[in-house]
Design a protein around this ligand. Sequence first.
Ligand code: NAI
Ligand code: MG
Length: 340
Amino acid sequence: MTNHTIALIAGDGIGPEVTVAVQQVLEAAGAPLSWDEHPAGLAALERDLDVLPESTVEAILHHGLALKGPCTTPVGEGFSSVNVQLRKQLELYAAVRPVRSLPGVDTRFEDVDLVIIRENTEGLYSGVENEVTPGVVMSMKVASERGCRRIAHWAFRYATQRRRKKITVFHKANIMKLTDGLFIRMAAEEHEREYPNIEYQEAIIDAGCMRLVQDPSQFDVLLLENLYGDVVSDLCAGLVGGLGVVPGANIGESHAVFEAVHGSAPDIAGQGVANPLALLMSAVMMLNYIADTRGDKECRRCAERIRDAYDQALKDGQKTRDLGGELDTNTFAAAVIERL
Ligand code: NAI
Ligand code: MG
């Protein structure tokens, strides 16, 4: 049996807590994985390393795959985001975040089934800022034809492979005529050129958000530039039970980093109560990605086993506190393991 070595970044705050729980589930499921652990974020700074050490980036380049916990980024000052650096350096240009209703998790809507595809390397989220003159600061929004086209192409290919019906681009091209204008122009071109079978829509983002919270079933795949994708991801998480249940993948041409949408959750860090499900679901995405790209059927079987087990656990009312249950990180992991 092939064994796949995965670069592991435990991250900050709740990162190490949820990472250990996920590793336990993967091991119990017999996932053919081994780990090569590397620091990043505050964890790296505490060891007198760079916030994103070169050796960490090299490990991901070498193994091609990483599972990553969240990394803290200080607000309004301090070092720039490890996540942004990592996504840019490795050109992980496509962030994919499936948002689905889960059994046993009651929310306002029952059948949410959305996929968010976020451009991950350009836009305002790059954080390219400067002080023009004292009291006046500026942030630069960058969009390139290459960047907009490749994410649009990726999104349409994804939609086709996954038999999704429709892509909606959220934008603000009425105001940002050049940058968002380029984003929708490239999407429309990709649609017309290669993917006319997928329905294509554009929505101005503010009204789009209103429609999302009124009736998410109007949407299927959402395609967004970087900052919009960041914001709308958390909004969509709110439709299905919160950040504890939304996984993600950052994908480039030959490397992929799997991580939950949530951050390091300093408000609950160290208490052992964080929901490990979002990272577990990200690991399931990783197993499926290995099956797709390396043809390893055992990874597919493992992914299915784990998904069935956590679905069953939720149906049985085994839930962490963020979902209204009473379990903590480890007891939830144990409940999943019991059902494998
Ligand atoms: P957050 O996502 O860490 O937390 C938002 C809220 O959701 C908090 O109340 C938290 O307790 C709750 N929450 C998040 N994940 C949870 C889980 N697994 N189980 C139960 N509850 C959960 O967002 P926040 O507080 O805005 O950011 C904290 C730090 O995380 C910041 O430094 C930010 O830069 C960083 N961050 C890192 C990300 C990454 O590494 N990919 C992504 C998002 C934020
Ligand atoms: Mg975010």
